[in-house]
Design a protein around this ligand. Sequence first.
Ligand SMILES: [Zn+2]
Ligand SMILES: [Zn+2]
Length: 180
Amino acid sequence: MLIIKVEELKSERRMLRIREVLPWKTFEFRGEMHRVLQPIQVDISVHREEKDIIVNGTVRTVLEARCDRCLTKLELPLKGEIEAVYKRYDPAKGPMVISGELKDCDNVIYYSDDEIDLTDRVRESLLLEIPMKILCKEDCKGICPYCGANLNEEPNHKCTRMYGVRAQESKFSVLKTLKL
Ligand SMILES: [Zn+2]
Ligand SMILES: [Zn+2]
């Protein structure tokens, strides 16, 4: 469970350790579901400083992804970091203006319940680690834009379809067919 019961942290000296293996089978990023290839391992420590709850930890997993250039399936190992400060927010005191403070430090989160759910922190920490460009290797050659052949496997690929397209586009191709 990724839920912290605030009551358990009443004593300031108390440190909670959350070590969990999450049963998530898939993980969503870039608007698509991706298979979780190695169980998501969470190791988080939680302690209290006055009314703030300080959360630190790591999240590890391996996700299935596809190379952005050649579309080959690959394993994407991720190690995310969690660093967050939960501050007590008392709803009885009315709405709180938090925008200014959040700008300075966006890992400050406000809590008002007796429980804090860390699920979103786990998800964020992994999302932050997903590279802008996912590549099977640095120099991936990608695929042929005409027929989709993998150019890593066929480095000397000469596309017959490419010539086909060009021939059709060319006015001379008509003449060629007439001659035949
Ligand atoms: Zn690739
Ligand atoms: Zn081709």
